[in-house]
Design a protein around this ligand. Structure first.
Ligand code: ADP
Ligand code: MG
Length: 320
């Protein structure tokens, strides 16, 4: 039996070609629940975390439209993040519980609205890179930017978009509560969308307009809960070297030292595979036993070998 932190990628909740109806999302979540339930039935403790890109994107669009047409004040990004945690958490919570009950497993499932601490002096704040929300014309971008203080960037010829910082997660504020829930036998859903970014100013928590990478936040969560395994589920079965090139080869198993070297060689795409591999390497460096990247449908099989496994170097003394 192991404690496993499972990070669900976007496709576990919404596929790239879908528009985001509740029916679509629930169907995806059901398929995800089958895999998660199999892991729990095998005797493992799981903590589930997930992305929120499309969902928070839609919330921002809803805010914008409701503001234009009805003057309803738009909510800041941290509040939208919290909304998306509740929405996705509820879908997972209900579906997982139903699935457990159907197979006679009396497990509590609970979603924790999770804040993640970031540093005000994180270099990300002087270089916002993550596009969020609607596309604007140049004129409207100018207006919105001066009204709300947004940083705007032109997005590959498609229009102007707000960009926000993507700071490094320092600590999960609710770690202790999550740990107690896990230890009491609950399946916990936490830190959705990378967590709600907050900063500590003179002992007071304040919401921050930023987006934390969900894979990096998953590592923080896994490390702080002393999980044995970090299981990152996405839409590819294994991590590749020379991805998309004729020399492409998939990795079954590598040490964190080897993966750190591949990261330095820019083998993995920023914003997609790079943060996953970075999360895995950090997890092992902080004492984790095994980090796995695989596809959603291989989640259960991954615990007995499927996917790419990142493990500590043979010599424990090596610095990762
Ligand atoms: P998620 O929603 O699961 O976080 P991402 O789109 O962020 O999904 O990351 C997964 C994607 O990373 C894959 O669909 C694949 O196209 C891409 N990718 C980039 N580099 C690699 C690589 N070296 N090996 C495998 N996949 C890679
Ligand atoms: Mg991603």
């Amino acid at each position: 039996m192991a404690r496993v932190v499972v990070a669900l990628g976007g496709n576990a909740i919404l596929q790239r070609n879908q528009v985001g109806t509740i029916e679509e999302q629930l169907e995806n979540v059901s398929r995800t629940a089958v895999q998660l339930a199999a892991i729990v039935k095998a005797g493992h403790e799981i903590v589930v975390t997930h992305g929120n890109g499309p969902q928070v994107g839609n919330l921002l669009l809803q805010n914008e439209e409701a503001f234009r047409s009805a003057g309803i004040p738009p909510m800041p990004l941290d509040v939208c993040g919290a909304e998306s945690q509740g929405m996705i958490g509820y879908m997972l919570q209900r579906t997982l519980r139903n699935d457990f009950r159907a197979s006679g497993l009396l497990r509590e499932v609970v979603c924790v609205v999770t804040q993640v601490l970031v540093r005000r002096d994180d270099p990300a704040f002087s270089n916002p890179t993550k596009p969020v929300g609607p596309f604007y014309t140049a004129a409207r971008a100018e207006r919105v930017s001066s009204q709300r203080g947004y940083v705007m960037k032109e997005d590959a010829g498609r229009g102007w978009r707000r960009v926000v910082p993507s700071p490094d997660p320092q600590a999960i504020v609710e770690t202790e509560s999550i740990r107690r829930l896990v230890e009491s036998g609950c399946v916990v859903i936490a830190s959705g969308g990378g967590g709600i970014p907050v900063a500590l100013d003179d002992g007071v928590l304040t919401g921050v307009e930023a987006v934390i990478d969900k894979d990096l936040a998953a590592q923080r969560l896994a490390t702080d809960l002393r999980a044995a395994v970090l299981l990152i589920l996405t839409d590819v079965e294994r991590v590749a070297l020379d991805f998309g090139r004729p020399s492409q080869r998939f990795l079954d198993r590598a040490t964190a030292v080897e993966m750190r070297r591949h990261l330095k060689e820019n083998q993995f795409k920023p914003g997609s595979m790079q943060p996953k591999v970075e999360a895995c390497v950090r997890f092992i460096a902080a004492g984790g036993q095994e980090a796995i990247v695989t596809s959603l449908d291989k989640a259960f099989d991954a615990l007995s070998g499927a996917g790419t496994h990142i493990v500590p170097p043979a010599d424990d003394g090596v610095d990762v």
